[in-house]
Design a protein around this ligand. Structure first.
Ligand code: SAH
Length: 240
């Protein structure tokens, strides 16, 4: 399934920066074409790979937006932690699933707050992911990274991955969705992250396996000027 060759380097995307303010504006303007109302088919398909027969896991959703998969996992009895700079996104998440929540302070991070479902098993931090640490959120048994690494500014990838590694428990699993397209034809986000870069970012800390490449090309991508667009799913195992 993963035999599609990689050729293109990230080229012109290397120096592209999207600011927090720009992300907040996307939410205000409703420019959230990345949001999947029905959830992601690859998580449905590979859920067992993430959970590996375990129950009551602590699952992290970096750069979570209002991803409906958080509700799926909470409904299965797992405890879900997300982080997102847009408070609007987090409020929409709770409203759209009719979940009551409370706002709690996060004393360790100035300006941050936590929106926690009254039932207690969904905690969403409203702050930058770079403000988090394992002393604040603990460590995780699983991660669903979709629209996260690919949304991080290319210059911040190493910082992001180094932080994520500090948040992983031993024997945890990390499902990572990247995208593949010609980066000379679209500026992103989502940014193109080549397989070679996944290996150099995570490689010495975990086993990496590509599970699937999925053709996701649509009219939107054609309008971006692209002629192919793939989603690539990896499973990372933090063995040591
Ligand atoms: N993972 C979600 C959202 C993807 S879009 C999904 O699959 O639908 C990327 C999200 O990251 C946006 O909602 C944006 O507001 C948020 N974001 C961008 N930079 C961030 C940062 N440094 N810390 C936390 N959230 C961030």
């Amino acid at each position: 399934a993963c035999g599609v060759p990689e050729g293109t380097e990230i080229g012109s995307q290397k120096d592209r920066v999207v600011t927090e303010e720009e992300w907040l504006r996307k939410w205000e303007m409703g420019n959230i074409g990345f949001h999947k109302e029905q959830g992601h088919p690859l998580l449905q398909k590979y859920l067992d790979v993430l959970l590996n027969g375990r129950s009551g896991l602590k699952i992290f959703f970096p750069l979570c937006g209002k991803a409906v998969e958080m509700k799926w996992l909470a409904d299965m009895g797992h405890s879900v932690v997300g982080v997102e700079v847009s408070e609007q996104a987090l409020k929409e998440f709770f409203a759209e699933h009719s979940l009551p929540y409370r706002e709690e302070p996060v004393p360790e991070i100035s300006g941050a707050k936590k929106l926690r479902s009254t039932s207690g098993n969904i905690s969403l931090y409203c702050c930058s992911i770079y403000d988090l640490s394992s002393s604040i959120v603990g460590k995780f048994d699983g991660v669903w990274d979709r629209g996260a690494l690919v949304a991080v500014n290319p210059c911040d990838r190493q910082r992001y991955v180094s932080l994520m590694i500090t948040l992983m428990e031993k024997n945890s699993s990390y499902l990572l969705v990247t995208v593949s397209y010609d980066p000379n034809k679209h500026k992103g986000p989502p940014f193109y992250v080549p397989e070679s870069e996944i290996k150099s970012l995570f490689g010495n800390r975990c086993e990496i396996k590509c599970l699937q490449k999925l053709n996701d090309f649509s009219e939107k991508h054609r309008q971006w000027g692209l002629d192919y667009f793939l989603e690539v799913l990896y499973i990372l195992k933090f063995v040591a």
